[in-house]
Design a protein around this ligand. Sequence first.
Ligand code: IVH
Length: 733
Amino acid sequence: MTDLFSRISPDKLLPERLNAAEAAQELVRLAQEMAHHDRRYYQEDAPEISDAEYDALRHRNEAIERLFPHLVREDSPSKKVGAAPAEKFAEVVHSVPMLSLNNAFTEAEVEDFFVRVRRFLGLAEDAEIEVLCEPKIDGLSFSARYARGKFVQGSTRGDGVTGEDITENLRHIIPARCHPERSEGSPAVGDLSAMPQDDRLEVRGEVYMSRGDFDALNRRQEAEGKKIFANPRNAAAGSLRQLDSTITAARQLHYFVYGWGQVSAPLADTQSGAMERLKTAEFRVNEEARLARNVQEVMAFYTNLYEHRAELPYDIDGVVYKVNRLDYQQRLGNVGRAPRWAIAHKFPAEQGQTIVEAIAVQVGRTGALTPVAHLKPITVGGVVVARATLHNKDEIARLDVRVGDTVTIQRAGDVIPQVVSVDVEKRPADSQPFVFPETCPACGSAAFREDDDVVIRCSGGLICPAQAREHLRHFVSRNAFDIEGLGEKQVELFWEKGLIKNPADIFTLEKRQETSADPICAWKGFGDKSVENLFAGINRRRVIALERFIFALGIRHIGEGTARLLAQHYGSFGAWRVAMMAMCHPERSEGSHAEGDPSPAAQDDNAAYTALLAINGIGEIAADALRGFFVEKHNLALLDALAEEIRIQDTERPRQDSALSGKTLVFTGTLTRMTRQEAKARAERLGAKVTGSVTGNTDYVILGEDAGSKRKKAEELGVKILTEDEWLELASS
Ligand code: IVH
């Protein structure tokens, strides 16, 4: 952070040394400086300082604002959300959802698939249905858009509706152009260059790493003391989802195209015909694919591929059958998130035999006691397995699994390895049945079972160190606070060292470090830089959306979806908290019960409780869990402590009926009538989505002054361009 603060006299560097007048002056200076760097970064693509240096400015601004809250201005940089440099991939909303596949494991299930298809199409019971059989590649799916033959955007599947923008990474893997100009003669039949020049094509497929490249990568990683990947799929995922695309470029990744998304004209009449066309257009399609007409033929394909799978250079986990006629596909449509016209016929789960060395009982975030078998390590389907879940007390009793037993374990896809059976013949003579603990192994509190629940739980709540630690891990996890530099391992370490005992401690860590006798930067594996990055990561999360915040609290039964419903309903942290408190501690005037009486009977007729249940999607289980959370004093203390440290953003309900609802906008150049931030907020309030790059998905590009490359891109892609005035008119209509 060389001379960023050079204009400040050394004794004023620490925010604590500033008086109020100096603090006010310093906040103005910081706001100007950050605005300058925002401009350099966002509008001119020419940053002058590193991300860490920018974070230092932001961080200083926040530190001063914390000390002098009355000086926080409406336009403070700390109130700008998203102004921080991207530390994540941008989102891409898929033009056509990326579906998943239903699975079949047995021949009978494959038969059922054919029966369902015939029945749906109203065909005779013995009618032949042609299907294309393809290997099911064990990699990661991607979607790639081409506009006028040029690759313009690539994304991951994500949740099927929204994925991550991995354009730069995919550039290293898939063709840059999909219709190479031929120097002689006319284009081949099916060549996509025969399409009109403004045509668009979106191809979908799988990125994978070959087994050979995987072994070589792991050897390199090991030599360099870096992370070893468990299997080619994880290695491909780790290599593709790199923010720094040069890392992706350095890894050997390949792809196969197996389908398409949005296309401006049908590719063919059949799946196989479309694949042929994609092949002619220079995409890699799998050469193992074959057409089959009935169950016997698909089973022959399946068995043959299963037996020869080791000869393929890449991992496959089954076969996919797709109804070949596209008009049939169209008619069959989808059920939920999977097409009715395709099915994945999975290879049987891989099994192996090993010995149970111990049975441990783990305590989860919500107190669930889960027994886990610690195994003599064994390789199953290319992955070393050392643990298998035993699920719960009943499952242990059912299997009668004991320490010392020889067991068969099974691994199917991504599922946690399971113990399938015990070989009682091999059981040692002195073996003892496993006794499930009656108290929590972590805190000694009584373990209990709720009605109708197979799970046994620790009753210790947050006094249980295991629950508290799991709670913290949840708090920092990806969909919660997602603090860069504070992953599970660090939380574990800080927990053990007593530095972070609850979520609020995360945000006071930096301050406490100033007077620490054993500062983190002196610990093995930490240096000044990594500690600086850690604090920057923490400080970036001092502003958080209400829905993420609610989810992060880790309240039982309150997952992301429920958290979003609550955020949208209550709008602000304050309103939510007041409502929840009213539900737990009803006003005296509301009933005959005493103030603070949290007994369920006292609340069932409580207005706040009724209002909560009236939210579409919130049931009694969630409502009771919320009540259970808010009646606990220590939870309220945690909320207070967090509120001291962070700012929880209100949730605004986007409009559904404006001219901009559902549209994707890009602002470029300098706006003269409002800030970018303001424009973005305004657009979002009107139900639009604002992104940073112009793609085939963009509806409008709004040009400010001195707009550069994005204007060109918009013109190239034929995206509608608006002046600032036109945008304002649309925004106020
Ligand atoms: S077709 C609408 N074909 O398997 C059809 N998927 O379990 C969508 N996969 O998400 C998929 N090889 O990532 C299809 N030949 C293949 C495939 C394949 C691998 C993956 C794909 C999909 C997942 C579903």
